[in-house]
Design a protein around this ligand. Structure first.
Ligand code: NAD
Length: 474
């Protein structure tokens, strides 16, 4: 893009939404100020979310795989975990990546201000700098990218270092003997898996009837089965009615029809029951920005708020609260500011849960199709029939395509299995390019790889998959 603009813009919040927006704005020739309290851009994702958790999940996978290696005739000794080295490795990863973003920011001549912003009016921000001092700065446009924070539950409020949110859990202060994870969603299952691999007895309590309530049940089933082996217990349809600090633990009371043990003491408790948007920005009431009943800032398809000078992107504007959605929105907002004809209207936003096995999906889900009474055909390829999956000793996976029976267009893709998070990108491309099941079936995939399961699920749709025998009817 060769277009330049002499606009002066501010981005409030330096996460994957904010820095992607700031960098593109600079690339388009705008003068950009990026405001965030951290030393470098990165936000929750890099400092206290996606990145440190994935570093730890990588270690967890290694520990689990070393255990599984017994089945392959390779017997490793019990792992010895040096917690301070593990912590410093994780911190090193964060430092490297956030430092890199700081460099990219300087190279693009983005003014990075370490501080907190408040609105004086629609175009003026009062920035309180970390080192002290305040600046009043005026811009043509402002992009709000303030993200979200862990949701707090009144019954789980307890001032104790043993009570953790995701940030506390990622700090990895110790390897507790026992841990209760409240909430069987993304964070609970990812961080619960990390602690379980490090040797903690982990119990997950989920108020709904299944783990990962947003995902199709057939994708969750293989994960649930593996977690049952890894974890101490998975309590479904159960909530926590009270927590009390007691001696050297937290006494927890459970509530639910199937509860067998009403009270139990845990060394630590991780609360991961969702996130809340950070829309309580000081001075926002001095602008025309509107905030909806759930706390999300209201925006149109160009990510513009009800105040024409202010745009908002990422977790603060709504679900799904995912870094890649935020980055894409950030780029759309900047292009809209630059005067390009753009809109945020993706057909597929991938979701990935980085457990083992990973669960990933994009586009339409079966649950959603059912809810909308939409007719679809589902083609499933079991990984037991994948050569690559069997060589990895991971035959429990499954790949499925959701196809429109009339047009044969691919509407959704769901994958559970090792590496599903990488594989799902092909599904996103297929959906965004309006691929037909035939296109996917006719694209030669490398052998032996797990990617073949996507091609073969398209073959399953036509009843002609090489590795799945379907007896002829009649
Ligand atoms: P979540 O929405 O994924 O899961 C919260 C779970 O807690 C749900 O299953 C819900 O039913 C349950 N719950 C709610 N109240 C409860 C209660 N009182 N008792 C028991 N269970 C209760 O939320 P999260 O795990 O906190 O993660 C927040 C968000 O962060 C996610 O929705 C996601 O957008 C994002 N995130 C993404 C990734 C990723 O992309 N891999 C990883 C971590 C977080």
């Amino acid at each position: 893009m060769s277009e330049t603009s002499n606009l002066n813009i501010a981005v409030v919040g330096g996460g994957p939404g904010g820095y992607a927006a700031a960098f593109l704005a600079a690339d388009l020739g705008m003068s950009v100020t990026l405001i965030d309290p951290e030393l470098n851009p990165g936000g929750v994702c890099l400092y206290r979310g996606c990145i440190p958790s994935k570093a730890l999940l990588h270690v967890a996978k290694l520990v689990e795989e070393a255990e599984q290696a017994k089945n392959w005739g390779v017997d490793f000794a019990q792992p010895k975990i040096d917690l301070s080295r593990l912590r410093s490795w994780k911190e090193g990863v964060v430092k490297k990546l956030t430092g890199g973003l700081g460099q990219l920011s300087k190279q693009r001549k983005v003014q990075y201000v370490q501080g907190m912003a408040a609105f004086e009016n629609s175009t003026t921000l009062r920035v309180t700098k970390n080192g002290g001092g305040e600046d009043s700065l005026t811009f043509d446009k402002i992009i709000i990218a303030t993200g979200s924070r862990p949701a707090a539950v009144p019954t789980l409020k307890l001032d104790s270092p043993r009570m953790m949110d995701s940030t506390g859990a990622l700090n990895l202060e110790d390897i507790p003997g026992s841990l209760l994870v409240v909430g069987g969603g993304y964070i609970g299952l990812e961080l619960g898996s990390v602690y379980a691999a490090l040797g903690t007895r982990v119990t997950v309590v989920e108020m709904l009837p299944g783990l990962l309530p947003g995902a199709d049940r057939d994708l969750v089933a293989p994960l649930h089965k593996r977690l049952e082996k890894m974890l101490e217990a998975i309590l479904l349809n159960t909530t926590v009615s009270s927590v009390k600090a007691e001696g050297d633990g937290i006494r927890v009371t459970f509530e639910g029809a199937n509860v067998k043990e009403r009270e139990k003491v845990f060394d630590r408790v991780l609360v991961s029951v969702g996130r809340k948007p950070n829309s309580e920005i000081p001075g926002l009431d001095k602008t025309q920005v509107k905030v909806g009943p759930k706390g999300f800032i209201q925006v149109n398809k160009q990510l513009q708020t009800d105040d024409s000078a202010i745009f908002a992107i990422g977790d603060v504007v709504g679900e799904p609260m995912l870094a890649h959605k935020a980055s894409h929105e950030g780029r759309v907002a900047v292009e809209a500011i630059a005067g390009h004809k753009v809109a945020f209207e993706p057909n597929a936003i991938p979701a990935v849960v980085f457990t083992d096995p990973e669960v990933a999906w994009c586009g339409l889900t079966e649950t959603q199709a059912e809810k909308e009474g939409r007719e679809i055909k589902v083609a499933k390829f079991p990984w037991g029939a994948s050569g690559r999956a069997v060589t990895l000793d991971r035959p429990e996976g499954m790949t499925k395509l959701l196809v429109d029976p009339q047009t044969e267009r691919v509407l959704g893709v769901g994958i559970v299995g090792a590496g599903a998070g990488e594989l799902i990108a092909e599904g996103v491309l297929a959906i965004e390019m309006a691929a037909l099941a035939r296109d996917v079936a006719l694209s030669i995939h490398p052998h032996p790889t797990l990617s073949e399961t996507i091609m073969e699920s398209a073959e399953v749709f036509f009843g002609t998959s090489t590795h799945v025998y379907r007896p002829k009817r009649g």
